[in-house]
Design a binder for this molecule. Structure first.
Ligand SMILES: Nc1ncnc2c1ncn2[C@@H]1O[C@H](COP(=O)(O)OP(=O)(O)O)[C@@H](O)[C@H]1O
Ligand SMILES: [Mg+2]
Length: 270
């Protein structure tokens, strides 16, 4: 990994729910400033828990970082509440694209501006979001509960952008979306990283997709990191090819359905 300054450093953390359920064990992850880092793993591995440990949202689920530490730009955040962490510039886009269904798309976006600390106007931030998501501009007056799944996913990413974050924690943005839309959303994620210099910590079960945008990734199984390497190396790794990429030889392509099929098998095995 490069010697760039780290925006996020997770040092050997342990996470428990309800004081007894040990879910994360000795996990260390580094996100260099300005980069996209992916966390891969099957359903139930502990990926969302790791993101919630960073954003502080664990506390809402009676979870706690019981060992190790988490640093954001050199400052410890693992004992802070979620509001304070958000104010520092971390935003989590939680799994399952939860929009406020009865609000319009634009009202949903404005909710995100509420946490912001800098002086930029809501209007400027909305313009920025609409610049990256022109579809949201078209749909801005529609009720969010009634727009498509892809547009809802764009809305929650847009809402996160309204907070003007330094680091976005993205939890399975591809889940349940059609391949074309996934492509569109991931292109925008890459542009946000390159053009707005936002660091991204991306959680995905879809390894192929994640490795197409993240130059470096970690692999989690049963609450532990079992591997971390460059995307290039991971794509060539036979275990990763078998278990996470859903392809039998390098460069071979399988459909999404095949990948999903594999995931079901894997879940069943673990
Ligand atoms: N609020 C909770 N209370 C107790 N156990 C939980 C809670 N949330 C998640 N878990 C458990 O923690 C493990 C990891 O879950 P999660 O982090 O959601 O995995 P992933 O995002 O990789 O699918 C699972 O066994 C899950 O059942
Ligand atoms: Mg999850």
């Amino acid at each position: 990994m490069s010697k760039k300054e780290l925006i996020l450093k997770i040092n050997n953390i342990e996470v428990k729910y309800h004081e007894v359920i040990l879910v994360i064990k000795g996990v260390s992850i580094e996100v260099p400033e300005g980069s996209i880092i992916a966390l891969l793993g099957a359903n139930g591995a502990g990926k969302s828990t790791t993101l919630k440990a960073v954003s502080g949202l664990l506390k809402h689920e009676d979870g706690q970082v019981t060992d190790g530490s988490i640093e954001f730009l050199g400052q410890r955040i693992d004992r802070m509440g979620p509001e304070k962490i958000a104010k520092m510039g971390i935003v989590q886009v939680i799994e399952g694209r939860r929009v406020f269904e009865h609000l319009t798309v634009e009202q949903n976006l404005k909710v995100g501006a509420h946490m912001r600390k800098d002086g930029r106007s809501i209007k400027d931030s909305l313009e920025m979001v609409y610049h990256y998501f022109p579809r949201l501009k078209e749909k801005r007056n529609e009720v969010a509960g009634l727009v498509s799944g892809g547009e809802q996913q764009m809305t929650v990413v847009g809402r996160a952008l309204m907070t003007r974050p330094k680091l976005i924690l993205l939890d399975e943005p591809s889940m349940g979306l059609a391949p074309l839309l996934i492509h569109e959303i991931f292109n925008i994620i890459m542009r946000l990283n390159q053009e707005e210099k936002i660091s991204i910590f991306l959680v995905e079960q879809n390894a192929k997709l994640a490795l197409s945008v993240a130059p470096h990734a970690y692999v989690m199984e049963n609450g532990r990191i079992v591997m971390d390497d460059s995307a290039e190396k991971l794509k060539e790794n036979p275990d990763i090819k078998d278990f996470y990429l859903g392809m039998t030889d390098f460069g071979g392509r399988k459909s999404f359905r095949d990948v999903k099929h594999y995931k079901r098998r894997k879940r069943w095995l673990t």
